[in-house]
Ligand binder design. Structure first.
Ligand code: ADP
Ligand code: ASP
Ligand code: MG
Length: 405
């Protein structure tokens, strides 16, 4: 008997009616002769509500207690969905992450899964039950509850699919697949029928939050067929798979955007060996992740050094840099937290020249100024002013012919 993992996001479980609809869909898959494991998120808005509750008590919650709090959202939905399944005469059982031994490291709020013990789940499946597992959570080696980062239920689903050797992992959400751009911004974005792990990984890490980046990483590593589908309507969705299983790769598969970034520049840095590490070491020590880095060509033995960080880390990074600037005799530190990053992604880029120049021309025609550029084999990213986010995404979507008129 084949096993299929379903995952439902918050909007798909937002009301009692939606939970009933999810139960019907699970029963349908079961009736087709499959074993089913269901991974669920908290009801829509619940994780945010819990976060603001914590904030109303303290500005600096203990990371351990914050995870204890946030993990409750998913405990509600596993129980409700299991009740709904039982009500419909489908035998089912719910489990928290800890109960099915989703082992993680101890990095609260961004824990990584290290191991899953599947015996208990397998036994239940063999008895004909649907197993409903809480997404987004695990336990560390000391038994502390951990969470996997926002959107982490996607990763729970892929990890369960891997551990149980599932045939397919279906991510049911509020869109009917992965689109050429966020459909909330580009109305004529197109659903992609398939794309490679690599492309989806770039899209996700560059800001397309339809899937958590780690989930795609996991799926690619273990070759899990991942399908993104709507929980509201029937349809083929989008298959994310290996490159050689995709008949004809498009030049560009999509446009991603990320509005969570901020940039900082140290001006007048003495141009000598060791300076980049001098600037970035204290940033890394403060646990601040750096994304794009640009260092200008030195002139008169001095240079400018610019990098981007998550917008939440902007204030902290600025304080650190001001101190560093003094230590290394730099002239000044300036910053901008009203920027966004837009990226064009596609494996076809490897064998085609001219993608970057198409981007630059399209943005120039709209008088959108580019502040930073970075490229890799299958993506080109630009940083622009936040006010051009929507027009920038739409312009590039059009420039690569991704939408229908
Ligand atoms: P869930 O609660 O089901 O996990 P998410 O909100 O995490 O759902 O992800 C679905 C959302 O991702 C969509 O509503 C859409 O606005 C957004 N999104 C961003 N980029 C894309 C894209 N390229 N294709 C599809 N959806 C996207
Ligand atoms: N409930 C968590 C969140 O809102 C996890 C998830 O939805 O995947 O981020
Ligand atoms: Mg999500």
């Amino acid at each position: 008997m084949t096993l299929i993992v379903h995952k439902y996001g918050g909007t798909s479980l937002g009301t009692a009616e939606r939970i009933q609809a999810v139960a019907e869909r699970v029963i349908e898959t079961k009736k087709q002769g499959h074993q089913v494991v269901v991974v669920v998120s908290a009801m829509s808005g619940e994780t945010n509500r819990l976060l603001s509750l914590a904030e109303s008590v303290t500005k600096t919650p203990s990371p351990r207690e914050l995870d204890v709090l946030l993990s409750t959202g998913e405990q509600v939905t596993i129980a409700l969905l299991t009740m709904a399944l039982k009500e419909k005469k489908c035998d089912a059982v719910s489990y928290t992450g800890g109960q099915v031994c989703i082992q993680t490291d101890s990095a609260h709020s961004k824990a990584r899964i290290t191991n899953i013990e599947v015996e208990r789940v397998q036994k239940e499946l063999q008895q004909g039950k649907v197993v409903v597992v809480a997404g987004f959570q695990g336990v560390d080696e000391h038994g502390n509850i951990t969470t996997l980062g926002r959107g982490g239920s996607d990763t729970t689903a892929v990890a369960m699919a891997t551990a149980l050797n599932a045939k397919e992992c279906r991510i049911y959400t509020d869109v009917d697949g992965v689109y050429t751009a966020d459909p909330r911004i580009v109305k004529n974005a197109q659903r992609l029928s398939s794309l490679t792990y690599e492309e989806m990984l770039e899209m996700a890490s560059l800001g397309s939050k339809v899937l958590q980046t780690r989930a795609v990483e996991f799926a690619g590593k273990y070759n899990i067929n991942l399908r993104v589908l709507s929980s509201f309507e029937e349809g083929p969705g989008t298959l994310i798979t290996k490159e050689d299983e995709i008949m004809e790769a498009a030049l560009i598969s999509g446009i991603a955007h990320n509005s969570d970034e901020a940039k900082l520049t140290v001006i007048g840095v003495p141009d000598k060996p060791g300076i980049a590490s001098h600037i970035l070491n204290p940033i890394a020590e403060a646990n601040i992740e750096v994304d794009m880095i640009v260092q200008n060509v030195g002139l008169n033995n001095s240079t400018d050094f610019t990098f981007t960080v998550h917008r939440n880390d902007y204030g902290k990074a600025m304080l650190i840099l001001k101190k560093t600037a003094k230590d290394i005799n730099a002239t000044d530190v300036i910053g901008d937290n009203k920027i966004v990053k837009i990226s064009v992604v596609g494996v076809g880029m490897r064998s085609h020249a001219g993608v970057a120049s198409t981007i630059f021309k399209a943005l120039a025609d709209k008088k959108i100024n580019i502040k930073m550029i970075s490229t890799s084999e299958i993506k080109v990213s630009v940083v622009i002013d936040e006010k051009y986010l929507e027009s920038g995404v739409r312009t590039l979507h059009m420039a690569f012919g991704l939408g229908t008129e």
